[in-house]
Write a protein that binds this ligand. Structure first.
Ligand SMILES: *Cc1c(COP(=O)(O)O)cnc(C)c1O
Length: 219
């Protein structure tokens, strides 16, 4: 596996407006260093412990949190995290806000929408999403800036199912933008697409893809 080649292969398939988050979870410092040497500066992790260790080793990089975040661990990442993709409850949002205010920061976040058919995925359903958006957009959380939405499609080889789920998320994003953030240019990110489905996600309007194994190899 040549990480620089893999990165270039992925980059060639991304339109210029789409940001690549290199998902380095489970990979040690060596592969991250290789990706960094190949010009990658934004990385994603899904466990707090792993993120804090890697951020301490590579503090110059932009670190995103993409996994399920427990409220009691928010304070460990709030001082440096570049974007939290996976806000999936009011309680979590309240805790991020409280810790961010304490740290004197405004933390960029995405709300994670539930779009897959599978039971196991975290995320907000349509009602919960609207409830949170309504509260966020009226200034209730000064330590948080909601920059858009994130979603994961079903893990299925049926590409038409995946496409329909991404398309549904795009529609939710457009409606949310119109209703709550029409005059806010920062509400512009739609994080969707992983190694197996990013081409479809990009076709359906993704602005940010989270790609691990296609860059670093199979975990
Ligand atoms: C692991 C993970 C990814 C990357 O998955 P790959 O299939 O390795 O590209 C993307 N998003 C989330 C939320 C993840 O946990």
């Amino acid at each position: 596996m040549n990480i620089a080649e893999n990165l270039n292969l992925v980059r060639r398939q991304l339109p210029s407006g789409v940001k690549l988050v290199a998902v380095s979870k489970t990979y040690p410092a060596g592969p991250i260093q290789k990706a960094l040497e190949a010009g990658q500066t934004c990385f994603g992790e899904s466990r707090v412990q792993e993120l804090t260790v890697k951020q301490a080793r590579f503090p110059q990089l932009e670190w995103h949190f993409i996994g399920h975040l427990q409220t009691n661990k928010v304070k460990q990442i709030v001082s440096f995290v570049g974007l939290i993709h996976s806000v999936d409850s009011l309680r979590l949002l309240q805790e991020i806000n409280a810790q961010a205010v304490k740290a004197g920061r405004v933390v960029d976040c995405l709300l994670q929408a539930y779009i897959a058919r599978e039971e196991s995925k975290f995320g907000l359903d349509a009602d919960e999403l609207h409830g949170l958006l309504a509260r966020c957009s009226d200034g209730a959380f000064p330590g948080v800036r909601i920059c858009g939405l994130m979603g994961m499609a079903s893990n299925t080889p049926q590409s038409e199912v995946v496409r329909a789920e991404f398309r549904a998320l795009r529609a939710i994003f457009d409606a949310a933008k119109k209703q709550y953030y029409a005059d806010k240019s920062y509400f512009c990110e739609l994080s969707m697409g992983m190694s197996s489905d990013y081409s479809i996600a990009v076709e359906e309007g993704s602005t940010m893809v989270r790609i691990g194994s296609a860059i670093f190899g199979h975990r």
